[in-house]
Design a protein around this ligand. Structure first.
Ligand SMILES: CC(C)(COP(=O)([O-])OP(=O)([O-])OC[C@H]1O[C@@H](n2cnc3c(N)ncnc32)[C@H](O)[C@@H]1OP(=O)([O-])[O-])[C@@H](O)C(=O)NCCC(=O)NCCSC(=O)C[C@@](C)(O)CC(=O)[O-]
Ligand SMILES: NC(=O)C1=CN([C@@H]2O[C@H](COP(=O)(O)OP(=O)(O)OC[C@H]3O[C@@H](n4cnc5c(N)ncnc54)[C@H](OP(=O)(O)O)[C@@H]3O)[C@@H](O)[C@H]2O)C=CC1
Length: 401
């Protein structure tokens, strides 16, 4: 250990090269000891964890020194009436926000008593949008036309890079001399960002070769990855999912201590008018809370909570109750790849019955997406109910501090 520490101190060794000198388990320990030595801060809690270091240090995290732990709670059972998820589920939620699990749990109870959440996937496609520079608007337009006329050729080229990915469509956007090509792929059970980025590089090279426009950036932000954007709301990204449930008046009263008129009014004035006045892209109460908690528990890319937060919630009064729905235009999830292979995250996915590849390609990631949409519906119901009953502050006083 001391030799390595002095090597790091003297610059003979680099922190990120330790895995070349020793097994990942030792490299992580040496790196942590060096940081403790340099800073004088103890890291023994960060150094105490159970996930497999070999996998994490090689595939998920460079310069690894340990892991932080986030408490995982359970909500449910939650009955989901989906095309891929058709069962009752316990939902794993990683969070530090007191009252969140209780709230989602309450929503799950109401949904399950009401017969379950109906869930459907409207669209399934992950996107990458390279940007090209043209000499003038004529060349930009001609290149866009060439792309649209040669999608079959570009599809063949893209699919030489992946056995699971399928190119579905390319939409071109010309802005002056800029050409953005938004390429959409079916990515099976993977969330797909690495897959589509690798495939898009080959597609972009062919476009450049055939049309003379010059690739400026493989991601030109019209994808749009990890940023709020209207394009994802309108065209979708990842999975576009809709979930709904009818709640009868007696169930609203017994579970949420409020009534249908109040829930509809809270939704209209808060989620629709309030969000419009704020020019928010999220017309919901706290979809991001549910998505973040499931994402952390199940090894998803946490930055994709941004896209999930553009959910739209509706509450409509109907004969004898309310019909409540959530629409998630861009939910990006995978059950293989990324962080899904880490031991604890895989266990959480396994609890939902969707770890790994599905029986047919994409079946597991779609099942997972349907479960998340139903859980978002549960969270929305409970928070709207709590606001209607005037219980939000009380709940967080009792459970969150
Ligand atoms: C806290 C509750 C659920 C109490 O709700 P309640 O109705 O007063 O409690 P209850 O004792 O009558 O229990 C009803 C059900 O709630 C669940 N429940 C109740 N307690 C627990 C618990 N300890 N652990 C697990 N589950 C619990 C459980 O399902 C229970 O049924 P049971 O199983 O007993 O038949 C309710 O007041 C509530 O949901 N409040 C809202 C809290 C919330 O949604 N917070 C979200 C985070 S806020 C935020 O981050 C976003 C925000 C607010 O800023 C966004 C915005 O701008 O709107
Ligand atoms: N590169 C980028 O720009 C970005 C990367 N990311 C990161 O990308 C990672 C996720 O990328 P992703 O491509 O999902 O995962 P991986 O890069 O881990 O690749 C998943 C691979 O698994 C293979 N595979 C095996 N079984 C299946 C199956 N049933 N369905 C689909 N694929 C299967 C596929 O191989 P094959 O293709 O050969 O069929 C696929 O390419 C995350 O770590 C995320 O943080 C996030 C945003 C941007």
């Amino acid at each position: 250990m001391n030799d390595y520490l002095s090597g790091l101190k003297e610059g003979r060794l680099k922190l990120h090269s330790l895995e070349k000198e020793m097994p990942p388990k030792d490299a992580v320990a040496v790196r942590r000891a060096f940081i403790e030595m340099e800073t004088g801060k103890k890291l023994d809690k960060i150094g105490d964890f159970t996930i497999n270091i070999d996998r994490a240090a090689e595939k998920n995290c460079e310069n690894m020194i340990g892991a932080v732990q986030v408490p995982v709670g359970i909500a449910g059972k939650l009955k989901v009436n989906g095309e891929y998820a058709d069962d009752e589920f316990y939902i794993p939620l990683a969070t530090t926000e007191g009252a969140l699990v209780a709230s989602i749990n309450r929503g799950c109870k109401a949904i399950t008593l009401a017969g379950g959440a109906d869930v459907r996937i409207q669209r399934d496609g992950m996107t990458r949008a390279p940007v090209f520079a043209a000499k003038n608007v004529v060349q930009a337009t001609e290149a866009a036309r060439w792309i649209e006329e040669n999608i079959t050729l570009l599809k063949e080229i893209a699919e030489t890079t992946t056995s699971h990915g399928k190119l579905l469509d390319i939409r071109c956007f010309v802005t002056g001399t800029n050409l953005h090509a938004r390429i959409e792929f079916f990515t099976g059970d993977a969330m797909g960002m690495n897959m589509v980025t690798i495939a898009s590089e080959k597609v972009a090279a062919k476009i450049q070769e055939e049309t003379g426009v010059v690739l400026v950036a493989l991601s030109g932000n019209m994808c749009t990855d990890k940023k709020p954007s209207a394009i994802n709301v309108i065209l979708g990204r990842g999975k576009t999912v809709v979930a709904g449930v009818f709640l009868p008046d007696d169930l609203i009263k017994s579970t949420f201590k409020t009534d249908s008129k109040t829930m509809a009014e809270v939704n209209m004035k808060k989620n629709l008018v309030g969000s419009a006045r704020a020019v928010s892209l999220g017309f919901n109460s706290h979809a991001a809370n549910v998505i973040a908690a499931v994402f952390l528990a199940c090894g998803q890319d946490p930055a994709h909570v941004v896209e999930g937060s553009n959910t739209i919630t509706t509450v409509e009064q109907a004969e004898g109750g309310v019909y409540v729905s959530v629409t998630l235009p861009s939910l990006q999830v995978g059950t293989v790849g990324g962080g899904t292979g880490l031991d604890t995250q895989r266990e959480a996915l396994n609890l939902l019955g969707c770890a790994g590849g599905g029986e047919t390609s994409g079946a597991n990631s779609r099942k997972f997406a349907e479960i998340i949409a139903a859980a978002v519906l549960a969270g929305e119901l409970s928070l709207i109910g709590a606001l209607g009953a005037g219980h939000l502050a009380r709940a967080h006083k009792q459970l969150g501090r």
